[in-house]
Design a protein around this ligand. Structure first.
Ligand code: NAG
Ligand code: NAG
Ligand code: NAG
Ligand code: NAG
Ligand code: NAG
Ligand code: NAG
Ligand code: NAG
Ligand code: NAG
Length: 498
């Protein structure tokens, strides 16, 4: 661990902790507390279902004519979002006016609206007016002939700080000057500190199809207090700038994400929006990226090392790392694609006792047993591939261990990820011939997941499929942290589930 700024935190930890290594043993049990089977389980794609509405196929994006996508009246807010900005703060985002597409320089759609939020503790009883900022971004989806310039609508941003914990706020967003307001919405802040239970929704690779809408409806039915998105929220790369469908032509650039949902990266000592951390109730969640340098000397690695070392496991016992491309997935899609990052960063996660790793990228669901260095390891994290949100690119449905489905060994990575670190880890072969021992459960279906923190050492993880009833669980496990077994201090543990 390097970084002079964190030396004192680390030293402090060494004084207080009985063990130098801070690894966490994660044990899995059934909901009844019984042992889980250690036999890898697969639910297969139903290849015989060739009907157009086969549940395993994706659906197109909602057309622009869909009632849900109709623009607001000119000057009125639309696309309202509220994002977690810190334990006592949120960021409101919305859009006014129109986007523009055309060639060369665009004038920009005239829009003089201001950025305001009215906030109160009861419906229509606003006691606070907040002001904020607005921005636009422009973007050219290069890579094909005739690419057009796109200029976004006006993107508004207002941050509310010092909110009360566990409190429902009612709000509307809009323009104090013209009194053009959105309808009223509400949100509830998380309880202070590590209090339980806390219900966290998990989605990835969602997109804007009918399946994506299904995923959001199911997620809402699970009543999460906060939701975590594993990347690829939209699939603008499947379109030209003017909205014409175009085969996916990915050219790495983040103007949209950074302008629409900017994270509060500076609050966690990061100088890049692509890596940062937040505390949510009992969890410390570090967000890193698969698409920037991750070697030991890189700014991303250095930041993560300092961030993980500074976590106080009494305040946030649960330690989670999330990034887009999974290190542990046994689908043919993206096989070993993130192996360079795994080789560079996996020891750092292990040494810091990370409990859970969340990813997307592969458009399906997979859960691992605790794993480290490609081997079952009770002090390693559980990895979850949650790219099953329903996007336009269809499901990933084949596994590397199926005869004929091991991809040929790539000589180079995809354009957006130039490194390639192929390893012959399975009896000297590139692919295994059966489901890897670390793969606990895999199924190609769209859905969402819920993580419910029960206390400092117990959490319930559940996966829900879109084709099932809201309350029907397709994969479920209790995660039991046994920190003492791997060198995490147990003083002050808030353990109610026993
Ligand atoms: C697979 O799809 C076929 C054709 O729709 C159907 O008859 C069969 O019941 C399905 N199998 C399973 C296991 O769902
Ligand atoms: C996607 O949505 C379509 C249309 O609503 C549905 O027929 C199909 O079963 C869904 N696919 C999946 C994988 O859920
Ligand atoms: C696209 O339009 C914006 C103004 O809306 C302008 O700032 C930018 O330079 C334009 N880009 C190109 C390549 O013409
Ligand atoms: C990616 O976009 C950049 C401009 O941001 C452009 O110069 C470059 O040619 C594009 N690369 C590909 C492979 O499309
Ligand atoms: C969008 O732009 C492409 C060329 O970039 C053109 O072929 C297509 O017709 C345009 N579509 C619309 C709806 O303007
Ligand atoms: C949060 O508030 C609700 C009532 O609004 C209460 O029932 C619950 O106990 C509170 N939770 C905590 C952790 O304070
Ligand atoms: C961790 O947090 C607890 C509870 O807030 C506090 O008592 C303890 O001093 C902290 N430990 C370190 C190393 O800062
Ligand atoms: C991972 O396992 C391989 C043997 O399979 C070993 O050579 C390597 O040193 C291990 N790496 C780490 C970081 O433990």
């Amino acid at each position: 661990m390097s970084g002079a700024g964190k030396a004192s935190a680390l030293l402090c930890a060494f004084v207080l902790l009985p063990f130098a290594a801070a690894r966490t043993m994660i044990e899995l049990t059934t909901v009844d507390g019984g042992p889980v089977s250690m036999i890898p389980e697969t639910v297969q794609y139903n290849w015989s279902d060739t009907s157009p509405s086969g549940i395993l196929r994706g659906s197109p994006d909602l057309p622009a004519s869909d009632p849900r996508l109709q623009p607001a009246l000119q000057g009125y807010p639309e696309q309202v979002s509220v994002t977690y900005y810190g334990p006592t703060s949120v960021r409101f985002g919305w859009v006014t006016g129109q986007s523009q597409t055309g060639y060369g320089f665009l004038e920009g759609y005239p829009d003089s609206s201001t950025s305001n939020v009215q906030l109160g503790l009861a419906p229509s009883a606003y006691t606070v007016v907040l002001g904020g900022t607005s921005t636009r971004y422009d973007y050219i989806h290069y890579g094909f002939k005739g690419a057009m310039n796109y200029t976004s609508p006006k993107l508004h941003s207002v941050v509310a700080e010092d909110l009360r914990p566990n409190t429902t706020y009612f709000y509307r967003v809009g323009d104090l000057k013209t009194q053009y307001w959105s309808k009223e919405f509400s949100f509830t802040t998380p309880p202070a500190g590590p209090s339980y239970p806390l219900r966290m929704g998990l989605i990835g690779d969602v997109g804007q199809t009918y399946n994506s809408s299904d995923t959001f409806h199911h997620l809402a039915a699970s009543k999460p207090q906060v939701a975590l998105i594993m990347g690829d929220l939209t699939y603008a790369d499947n379109y030209e700038s003017n909205g014409t469908l175009y085969p996916s032509n990915f050219n790495i650039s983040y103007p949209g994400e950074n302008a629409r949902y900017p994270p509060n990266h500076e609050a966690s000592g990061s100088d890049d929006k692509l890596w940062y951390s937040v505390n949510v109730g009992p969890a410390h969640i570090a967000f890193i990226t698969s698409y920037a340098d991750y070697d030991r000397e890189s700014p991303q690695y250095q930041w993560l090392a300092a961030d993980l070392a500074s976590v106080n496991r009494t305040e946030t016992p649960w330690l989670i790392v999330t990034f887009h491309a999974p290190w542990y997935t046994s689908y043919s899609a993206h096989w070993q694609e993130a192996n360079c990052q795994r080789l560079a960063m996996e020891p750092l996660l292990y040494e810091n006792g990370v409990d859970l790793v969340f990813n997307g990228h592969v458009h399906a669901y997979e859960r691992t047993f605790p794993v480290y260095n490609n081997t079952l390891d009770e002090c390693g994290p559980v990895h979850l591939t949650l790219g099953d949100g329903g996007n336009i690119e269809d499901l990933a449905a084949t596994f590397v261990d199926y005869p004929g489905y091991c991809p040929s060994v790539p000589q180079r990575g995809p354009t957006y990820q130039p490194d390639v670190c192929n390893q012959l880890l399975y009896d000297g072969e590139y692919c295994p011939t059966s489901q890897p021992e670390w793969s606990a459960f895999r199924e190609p279906s769209f859905g969402h997941s819920m993580l419910e923190f029960l206390d400092d050492t117990h959490a319930r993880f559940a996966w829900y499929r879109n084709q099932d009833a809201d309350t029907s669980v397709a994969d479920e496990v209790i995660l039991v942290r046994n920190p003492e077994n791997c060198g995490i201090p147990v003083e002050g543990l808030n353990n109610k589930a026993d």
